[in-house]
Design a protein around this ligand. Structure first.
Ligand SMILES: Cc1ncc(COP(=O)(O)O)c(C=O)c1O
Length: 449
């Protein structure tokens, strides 16, 4: 495990953002695309160490977001920095699509050992989550010689045109881009609190309703199963609200895929790499995907994505798919060190501290009528804000106010879904950090209701 530093509490000493931060934001507004979905609060990061993040004006924040679930080993973990620096001094790039270097098979072998797929796997390397998903889509189409996909409302799989055809967590992601590039149909994700199906009272009945809809409506009308290449699912829906899949849902998807020769594609871009207290969230469900998508925390902040598939599925011809930078040796050095650190205690810490944090948040749910649900696995926890527990009506404005109030007190958290705050801190978080975070969260809610 790693040092957090001695720092115990955030230190806010200027207005937010401070003068230097405001200059950077002004330049950003002039020169950078306006399409980024930044929250209402404006954080201008300059330095990171462990769970702490310093802004351009020297304010210090407790980071419970980790660059959107990426810096799981903590900011600038010394061993990650060392691995990156050593590799950068030796070989930065040599285009693994045309030449060979040992890092690619090394990471492929390591992923083969850790993914929840029995038997041999092969890996295609990418630079991002969306690219890993694109790879999975192309591979499923190639292997099955089919073209249709099923994904779920609320899902997020990236913003490139293929991945965007699956993505459906927010209108803004689709608005302006007209027709889908791929033939994808969306089914309701089994979020029992907001199920569109009548008679849903819990996670299991929500799962049954969705499965029934796939088999008895989709398959019998628009989407014959013999034409479906893949079902793409997040084991814990991330951008859609940090909602763990009900166990029955994952086993039923596996059954349907087996029955019809459909690829089960599990997107663990956000839930993977120890975040949920196991290396992969899929391990909670006892199912084996055919294809898995990884990115985000895999490189501790360096851009690397991976599409891992059963070897017999990755049967495409030379030239079928490749990427100049994907699996760059520096990113792989970071990924190999990340996996070592995760296995060296951080996954266990995510499970233990995750339970501690979730219990603390559940206590706050008892205190505040505006918290309708606290859910999650390990250090992937969602807190859903509602108008009140009786109606359970989503309260997005209150969620945004709480998010801002946390920021002003030095706690970085980020919304997801309609009215959820996600907790995705570095996996090195300590109990002391949690106590500080919960105190701030409590104050922020009290000041916002
Ligand atoms: C589950 C999931 N898949 C794919 C992506 C896309 O990853 P990227 O932003 O690296 O393209 C994300 C990003 O949030 C994600 O959460």
């Amino acid at each position: 495990m790693t040092p957090s530093t001695d720092l115990q509490k955030p230190i806010i000493k200027t207005e937010l953002p401070g003068p230097k931060g405001r200059e950077i934001i002004a330049a950003d507004e002039k020169y950078v695309t306006p399409s980024y979905p930044r929250p209402d609060y404006k954080l201008v990061a300059e330095k990171g160490y462990g769970v702490w993040l310093e802004d351009a004006d020297g304010n210090i924040f407790l980071d419970c977001n980790a660059g959107v679930a990426v810096c799981s080993t903590g900011h600038c973990h010394p061993e990650i920095v060392k691995a990156i620096s050593e590799q950068a001094a030796t070989l930065i790039h040599m285009c693994g699509t045309d030449f060979y270097y040992k890092q690619m098979p090394d990471l492929g072998k390591k992923l083969n050992e850790i993914v929840p797929i029995a038997g041999d796997t092969k890996t295609h390397f990418a630079n991002s989550g969306a690219e890993a998903v694109e790879t999975a889509l192309k591979l499923a189409m190639y292997h099955t010689r089919r073209q249709k996909f099923i994904s779920f409302f609320g899902s997020f799989h990236g913003r490139t045109l293929g991945a965007l055809s699956l993505t459906s967590s927010k209108r803004a992601q689709r608005l302006g881009f007209m027709r889908q590039a791929l033939d994808v149909v969306h089914a309701p994700y089994p979020n029992w609190i907001r199920s569109p199906f009548a008679g849903v009272t819990d996670a299991e009945s929500a799962a049954k309703a969705t499965i029934d809809w796939i088999e008895n409506t989709l398959f019998k009308t628009t989407t014959p199963p013999s034409e479906v290449a893949g079902i793409v699912v997040e084991a814990v829906q991330g951008e859609g609200g940090y909602i763990p899949a009900p166990p029955l849902f994952m086993t039923e998807i596996r059954r349907i895929c087996d029955k019809h020769g459909i690829m089960m594609i599990v997107d663990e871009v956000q839930s993977g790499m120890g975040r949920t207290g196991k290396m992969f969230a899929t391990e909670y469900y006892g199912v084996e995907p055919d294809i898995m998508c990884l990115a985000k925390a895999l490189g501790s902040g360096l851009p690397i994505g991976a599409c891992v598939a059963k070897s017999e599925i990755m049967d495409w011809h030379k030239g079928a798919h490749a990427s100049t930078f994907g699996g760059n040796p520096v990113c792989i050095a970071s990924a190999l060190k990340t996996i070592e650190l995760l296995q060296g205690g951080m996954i266990e810490n995510a499970a233990n501290i995750g339970e501690y944090l979730q219990n603390g948040l559940k206590n706050l749910m008892g205190k505040y009528d505006c918290i309708g649900d606290v859910r999650g696995l390990g250090l992937m926890i969602g807190v859903e804000f509602v108008e009140d527990k009786k109606t359970m009506k989503a309260a997005p404005e209150l969620r945004d106010k709480v998010e801002m109030a946390c920021f002003n007190r030095g706690l970085i958290i980020l919304g997801c879904g309609t009215s959820t705050i996600r907790w995705s801190p570095p996996l090195i978080l300590t109990k002391e950090n949690v106590d500080v975070a919960l105190e701030i969260f409590d104050e922020a809610i009290a000041a916002s209701v």
